[in-house]
Design a protein around this ligand. Structure first.
Ligand code: CAO
Length: 562
């Protein structure tokens, strides 16, 4: 069977346009209208579709080649159903040719050029109302609204983006030809539109439509030289929708006009189609093509990375964009150190908790005047036992007592937060600041320990933490955590819940404050408490009761005996 030669079609005045993307490979089966290559001049880019169905026998151009009208692109072995065997140039307007993709369509191509669709039919004034309609998009079918960039009440300037529509071959931005206030948006994203469909009604500002043109908004005439910009990444339009799409002046050098990142991506229709099929948000895909153009390979690589768990530059947990990498040496002298393993792992854990747990922090102050007097009175006993009795051991005792009264604080969420695991063990974690970073060793069965034993455990685990001698066992199985910054200072903070635990108690430095006792002010030792909790597991009232009870226990530690 004779091969079908597919040639570069009429590309208007443009000469020596560059091949910036080859969309097919030898052996590929292509359908009628399927893109073969993308060419680009300094003004525009265009996808060259296949006029017929068949198998790609050879590709006669390569990336970066400069090509011109009539040049051979691809040799196609036509599908059996196809009867056209002669050498043809594809119609730049495949939809106009015929649904069979007849190459004869090329002779019927409308004039080409980079001019935008005529807006004469796309906008009209009705009094002060300026109706922006879908411009002449030829006989393109299935044109879909892919973005509505304005809402009723928005103030728009001339050229502000209103709507983006997209056919299966191209997409097009429709900007406002007038300045004013949006008073009606009768379409929604996903709506199918055709020629002259009303998109947006703008109430014009005074008479000035466009300072340059001087056209009145209230005249029946549309403004001079209106521009309906195709989205740069979309090329190869069917007849009047987009014969040639404008390319941004060096894509990437200028901020995209549209506020929607996906719409600003520089990618061809075939790539967009692929991204849609694979459920990929193109805004997250880094383009490796000319001027950052996103290629099919980029989409595949993105999917592969996602599947293998690798992160891209632009995504992080939950699709949250990552902060840009900055070269700080541009601003002054710097030095860079790799984070220690502990610090890096701690950072990842903290971020995971912060992103997954809806945090609330409840603050209060416990009057620990008597407790402090008691602690000081035990100093010699503690020394005799070779332990240092800091407030933390007493705080732990009070916390353990409160945990038994409030079991939901000694718990974890399970089954996608549809169940709660209440723990009948009390393994208390406490944050230790080490040179290598923060670690949280666990005092196992802490409820079975007295104050001196707790103090000894704190000292022993802290020392092992600072010597880097903690075991996995020391670090696992915690059911509640305490973060004490009391020895350092500060008046309060918002500790991050050590998930999968559901709450953490932050301790700040106690201060002597005047307190009203009903008759006079007296100096009292006040201990600031910051209770952060997972709001999915614990409601605010419970947290309030917990912290009030804790203050009560710390205010009179004898309650712990009851
Ligand atoms: N108010 C006032 N003074 C306090 C206090 C408080 N709340 N808590 C402790 N102190 C005092 C102690 O009594 C001790 O005083 P002396 O030296 O006069 O005896 C001094 O502060 C130092 O105490 P410490 O920090 O050595 O001992 P600790 O039992 O209070 O804490 C430990 C042990 C391991 C928790 C602590 O050393 C530590 O590493 N804290 C940092 C925890 C951290 O980084 N948290 C932030 C994590 S992010 O959420």
């Amino acid at each position: 069977m004779a091969l079908q030669d597919i040639l570069i079609p009429d590309i208007g005045d443009a000469e020596n346009v560059e091949v910036i993307e080859v969309l097919v490979a030898v052996g590929d089966e292509v359908r009628v209208d399927e893109g073969l290559i993308v060419v680009e001049s300094d003004k525009a880019s265009m996808e060259v579709p296949s006029p017929g169905a068949g198998r790609v026998e050879s590709i006669e151009v390569g990336l970066g080649d400069l090509v011109q009208e009539g040049q051979l692109i691809v040799r196609l072995e036509p599908a059996e159903a196809q009867v056209e065997l002669e050498s043809v140039a594809p119609d730049k307007s495949p939809r106009q040719g015929s649904s069979s993709g007849s190459p004869q369509g090329s002779s019927q191509s409308p004039p080409t050029g980079s001019s935008a669709p005529d807006i004469e039919r796309s906008a009209s004034t009705v009094g002060d109302r300026f109706e922006v309609r879908v411009p002449d998009i030829g006989d393109a079918e299935g044109v879909e609204v892919i973005e509505v960039a304005v809402a009723t009440g928005d103030i728009v300037a001339v050229d502000d983006l209103l709507v983006v529509v997209e056919s299966d071959k191209a997409s097009m931005e429709i900007p406002s030809p007038v300045a004013g206030r949006v008073i009606e948006v009768p379409i929604v994203t996903g709506a199918g539109v055709s020629n002259d469909t009303l998109l947006v009604v703008v109430e014009t500002e005074g008479h000035a439509v466009d300072g340059d043109s001087g056209t009145s908004a209230t005249s029946r005439e549309p403004p001079d030289d209106p521009v309906v910009r195709p989205v740069s990444e979309q090329v190869a339009a069917p007849p009047e929708i987009l014969k040639v799409a404008e390319v941004p002046e060096a894509a990437g050098s200028e901020a995209p006009r549209t506020p929607d990142k996906a719409a600003a991506v520089y990618a061809g229709p075939a790539v967009r189609r692929l991204a849609r099929e694979l459920g990929v948000d193109l805004a997250h895909v880094e383009g490796s093509g000319t001027q950052g153009r996103v290629l099919k390979d980029d989409v595949h690589a993105f999917v592969k990375k996602r599947l293998t768990g690798a992160r891209t530059d632009s995504d992080a947990a939950g699709g949250i964009p990552r902060l840009p990498e900055i070269d700080f040496s541009r601003f002054g002298e710097v030095e860079t150190h790799a984070l220690s393993r502990i610090r890096a792992r701690g950072a990842a854990n903290l971020q995971r908790s912060w992103l997954n747990v809806p945090h609330v922090t409840q603050h209060d102050e416990a009057d620990v005047t008597e407790l402090e007097a008691f602690r000081r009175s035990l100093k010699s006993v503690a020394e005799a036992r070779s332990v240092k009795l800091t407030p933390l051991a007493f705080i732990m005792r009070a916390v353990l007592h409160a945990l038994k009264e409030f079991p939901t604080f000694n718990a974890s969420l399970a089954d996608g937060a549809r169940a709660m695991v209440i723990k009948h063990y009390y393994h208390l974690g406490f944050a230790v600041d080490t040179d290598e970073g923060l670690v949280v060793p666990v005092v196992r069965n802490a409820d079975q320990l007295g104050v001196f034993e707790l103090a000894a455990s704190i000292a022993g685990l802290s020392e092992r933490a600072r010597d880097g001698k903690l075991t996995i066992e020391d670090l696992s199985g915690g059911s509640f955590s305490i973060s004490s910054l009391g020895g350092i200072g500060g008046t309060g903070f918002t500790p991050i819940v050590n998930a999968p635990e559901v709450a953490i108690l932050g301790i700040s430095r106690l201060v002597t404050k005047p307190r009203w006792n009903g008759e006079s002010f007296e100096p009292r030792s006040m201990l600031p408490l910051s209770l952060s909790y997972d709001h999915r597991a614990i409601n605010g009232a419970e947290a309030g009761r917990f912290i009030v009870r804790l203050c009560q226990l710390l205010g009179d530690i004898r309650h712990v005996l009851l």
